[in-house]
Design a protein around this ligand. Structure first.
Ligand code: GLC
Ligand code: MG
Length: 529
């Protein structure tokens, strides 16, 4: 089977605000990204997913789009984006855009028209409802960022719905005109050469048309988010969303070789529905199992791999994620030493890996003092650990003020992580380890497209085997901070989190260092004689 680029390749997420500033305004931009493409080639990734760069009032840092077919001046111009696509393609790197179809900005001309009055041409393009009898919002649907998901519009005397901020009104995907307009947005970018889309909150796009109350969540914890008080039965993962996903996929299929990726925070059994009937849905429904797992241990990871692989529909291609701009960094969640183990797993498990910018440096969350908080999620529900600024700090390219990220004042403070320039010079650094992993992945068909077998946990050690046409590799990962002895096939260690092990031969038993993971090539088994 010939694999598509999005199957054997590695996706790298760039959060544009924080990658590279080119004009000294303290915010990353498109010319900045172009100037750093050679780093991504050096690192060895195949595709770049950009968080939104469209015109936006930036109340949710670009996830509030006021024009789907342009570029915000903060990031550059449409010509800059064309130049980025061309420069990436010249280096054999694909460009994936973020598509935010669930909601627009309140400043989008569509919403401005919609809220003009009940008779407005675009009234039905958004989700409007009368208040409950008596007073107050129509039902108990909550915003993910705290409080009711309904906001009263005094001018037109109805409520509008928003899963996020009141500045992010929800588009009504039941309306065929909305579908047509939003599908044309996809075509606009596909025609410019964009290689695919990551679809924002794909599982939220359709809400119950009877506006029924969500049931209370019996497991909600005191001090948790207001959203967590209810089970989102009527506001998430509604059956009708599948038809919309299939519609998006059909638009992408009008162009050769494009990929549809879905942001989906769902349990495995529901997640796999988004591959669609006969594979006509998303090619890569984001698998956040390793992002969402509490703790980090071999038996839970083995269980996740086994259940996920078993749940995949025929032809469904797996994918793995460790982090993104919404979740605490992997190195902060499981520790710097285990972050290497996690990177080795991300790049050796079966399926497409998505690497979040900076995780290849082992970046940790940077605490943001209250006075500097930027994220609206933190501002609306302070102190509950919901803030996303810590994982969005600028990329540290080099030592010194501005870290090579900016000549001006960075929009968000820069952390204390070891910068790229320092790490590049150190063969034992995290970035060189990740680069080695990416190179090995490219060389071994077993890693890029082979089967996964024998997934097991032996105490703290996770192990599995990858195989493809005579190329066989064994992965062993010690998820604990103590040495761990395991039985192994005789062979050679191709790569380890620990440099002293690389290139060594092993026989029947191996004692892994604390926090060590290895990729082993078994010596060929000799039969007969
Ligand atoms: C997605 C984005 C997140 C944003 C939200 C609303 O979860 O990843 O950053 O705040 O959608 O668009
Ligand atoms: Mg700038």
């Amino acid at each position: 089977m010939v694999l598509a680029w999005w199957q054997h390749g590695v996706v790298y997420q760039v959060y544009p605000r924080s990658f590279q500033d080119s004009d000294g305004d303290g915010t990353g931009d498109l010319p900045g990204i172009i100037s750093r493409l050679d780093y991504l080639v050096w690192l060895g990734v195949d595709a770049v997913w950009l968080s939104p760069v469209y015109p936006s009032p930036m109340t949710d840092f670009g996830y509030d789009v006021s024009d789907y077919c342009n570029v915000d001046l903060l990031f550059g111009t449409l010509a800059d984006l064309d130049a980025l696509i061309a420069a990436a393609h010249a280096r054999d790197v694909k460009i994936i855009l973020d598509y935010v179809p669930n909601h627009s900005s309140g400043q989008h001309p569509w919403f401005i028209n919609s809220r003009n009055g009940r008779a407005s041409a675009k009234r039905d393009w958004y989700i409007w409802h009368d208040g409950a009898p008596g007073s107050g919002p129509p039902n108990n649907w909550q915003s993910h960022f705290g409080g009711s998901g309904w906001t009263w519009d005094e001018g037109s005397r109805q409520y509008f719905y928003h899963s996020f901020l009141p500045t992010q009104p929800e588009l009504n995907w039941r309306n065929p005109q909305v579908r047509a307009a939003m599908f044309d947005v996809l075509r606009f970018w596909l025609a410019r050469g964009v290689d695919g889309f990551r679809v924002d909150v794909m599982w939220l796009m359709i809400k119950d048309d009877q506006f029924r109350d969500n049931p209370p969540n019996p497991h909600c914890t005191a001090g948790g988010s207001s959203y967590g008080r209810f089970i989102p039965l009527y506001t998430a993962d509604r059956p009708e969303v599948q038809e919309i996903v299939a519609g998006m996929r059909a638009v992408l299929d009008e162009y050769p070789d494009r990929v549809l990726i879905g942001e989906l925070y769902l349990p495995i059994d529901r997640l796999v529905a988004y591959y669609g009937v006969d594979g006509r849905g998303a090619q890569l429904p984001f698998n956040f199992q390793l992002v969402q797992m509490p703790g980090w241990d071999a038996s839970t990871i083995a269980d996740i791999i086994t259940r996920y692989e078993a749940a995949l529909p025929p032809g469904g291609w797996p994918n793995w994620v460790l982090g993104n701009h919404d979740r605490p960094r992997i190195a902060s969640r499981i520790g710097t030493a285990q972050a290497r183990v996690a990177a080795l797993l991300l790049l050796t498990l079966r399926g497409t890996p998505t690497l979040y910018m900076g995780d290849e440096l082992g970046m940790v969350d940077t605490p943001i003092p209250e006075a500097e908080v930027q994220d609206p999620a933190e501002q609306r529900e302070p102190g509950r650990g919901l803030g996303r600024d810590p994982e969005r700090t600028p990329f540290p390219w080099q030592a010194g003020p501005g870290a090579g990220f900016t000549n001006g004042t960075p929009w968000l403070r820069i952390g204390t992580d070891a910068p790229l320039s320092v790490q590049r010079a150190d063969p034992a650094s995290m970035v060189n380890f990740c680069r080695g992993l990416l190179a090995l992945r490219r060389r071994h068909p077993a890693l890029a497209g082979g089967t996964i077998e024998c997934v097991a946990a032996h105490g703290p050690v996770l192990s599995f085997r990858r195989a493809s046409h005579g190329d066989t590799l064994v992965v062993l990962a010690n998820t604990s901070g103590a040495p761990a002895a395991v039985e192994v096939p005789a062979g050679e260690v191709l790569l380890s989190t620990h440099a002293d092990r690389i290139g060594k031969s092993v026989t029947a038993a191996l004692t892994l260092h604390p926090d060590e993971a290895v990729i082993l090539q078994p010596r060929e088994v000799q039969h007969g004689r």
